[in-house]
Ligand binder design. Sequence first.
Ligand code: ZN
Length: 134
Amino acid sequence: MTNNIEHIGIAVKDLEAAKSIYEKLLGTVCYKVEAVESEGVATAFLKSGVNKIELLEASILESPIAKFIDKRGEGIHHIAFEVDDIESEMARLAAEGFTILSDKPKKGADNKLVCFVHPKSVNGVLIELCQEIK
Ligand code: ZN
């Protein structure tokens, strides 16, 4: 079972510029900037109450974020739900017919194990499952 929405991922062209916009919007400062080499992204996190905003900028040309922005422009990229046991949740969703984009969870940003559910199986929205690494 999924828990809270952990964060909303937003694809941006310029991380520094977006960071200052969201800092003004939320009246807070970004608490973490982190590169995820395996995904070709640079991320910045801001807190909004119990939730977070993850800003994502492509760090390489073949980055999924670069492709996303090419196709759709900047905007909401994914919704991330917190789970307690990512492997069992991946198995449950696969059994329900959802397309999971990896066989195993990967190390994501912000100290999380993550996996993604293909937007085609979820009404056009890319879904991330994330589990805090303890
Ligand atoms: Zn995310």
